[in-house]
Write a protein that binds this ligand. Structure first.
Ligand SMILES: [Zn+2]
Length: 135
């Protein structure tokens, strides 16, 4: 039995450049053009100085596991063939947090503070998701 198609990101204006970079397998982060604050997920206004101007810069692609859960019951039928799967929160070296899946590891081996590096999973033509692997 095959699962329904996996839902894919539907970027808004603020997030379009992030997802375009991900499709090229590049991890970028939004940075305020006025005060330099890095923010994620992308959004129109800087929460520090209220500037509407921003740029996207290449991220290190490195971080540590900040938190995680293991899903045993799929939230959506699309994920039925993936359970149990993990969902991790990675704290990037740049100080922002990003959600994704940690691959190449048994779920019970995931640990707080574990060093991870970004990779990309191609989910359909032109759409790639950042995923994480143990460093
Ligand atoms: Zn700012």
């Amino acid at each position: 039995m095959s699962s329904p198609p996996r839902p894919v990101p539907d970027p808004d204006v603020a997030g379009a450049l992030f997802w375009e970079a991900a499709a090229r397998h590049e991890l970028v982060l939004q940075k305020c053009a006025s005060c330099g604050t890095i923010r994620h997920p992308p959004r129109p206004m800087c929460p520090v100085c209220n500037s509407m101007e921003s740029i996207f810069e290449q991220a290190s692609g490195r971080g540590r596991i900040w938190s995680w859960v293991v899903a045993h019951a799929p939230v959506l039928p699309s994920f039925a063939d993936k359970v149990p799967y993990n969902v991790v929160v990675v704290e990037l070296e740049e100080g922002v947090r990003m959600i994704g899946n940690l691959l190449d590891i048994e779920n019970d081996a995931i640990a707080e503070g574990m060093e991870v590096v970004v990779d990309f999973e191609d989910v359909e033509q032109g759409v790639s998701l950042p995923v994480w692997r143990p460093a």
